[in-house]
Design a protein around this ligand. Sequence first.
Ligand code: FMN
Length: 209
Amino acid sequence: MASILLITASPYGGASRGAILAMQAVENLQRNHPSLNLVVRDLSALATATIHSSYAEAVVGGLAHDAEAFVLSEELIRELEDATFVVIATPMHNYTVPASLKMWIDFVLRYGRSFAPIDGVKTGFLKNRPTLVVVTAGGIVNGDGRAQPDYLTGYLGDVLSTVGIHDLRFVYLDGLASPVRAEQVAADGAQTIQQDEVFGLGAPAGEFA
Ligand SMILES: Cc1cc2nc3c(=O)[nH]c(=O)nc-3n(C[C@H](O)[C@H](O)[C@H](O)COP(=O)(O)O)c2cc1C
């Protein structure tokens, strides 16, 4: 069933500042595309999951997609396949994605299922779809890179492109460690989302559903 997929990667789940802002985009989508189902994937629930040897062997050994070791992987890939729109709210943890989102990546980027090399180039098997990534960070991310490195933006962009999702926009709530700045970036982020041509308040209704 066609859906809006909201993925939250913060340990605070739906209460995180990124998820709260992401919900604004989700509410706009729900208003503009009322037929779409909302699917929420809270990755903090994956915190105890890990990549077992059975999964590694199943991937490397090219087991059938219905193999026992692929149950969670299949569930996560199908959620993504069914999504007309994807909204990801992720904090930066030590310059990159949190472990919970890395876990999701390891289950979703599956050789032979969601991508494979074609003419030597890793090529995605999923259709492209509009995707919004809300990044939260205590420090400054979107600056000149002197404050701290950013291995999140390029990495997550490459990961999503690998499975075929290229229609990406990133919104940053950074510098949240400063309460004064936090208020300002939250207001700016909200405005950016409201003006977005797909995720915004005035985005065309029904076009993608
Ligand atoms: C384990 C851990 C690592 C973190 N690493 C970074 C970092 O590298 N850079 C940064 O700017 N903030 C870092 N932070 C701060 C979070 O990004 C920040 O608290 C963020 O605002 C959380 O947003 P949320 O409310 O959406 O979860 C880290 C936080 C934790 C818990």
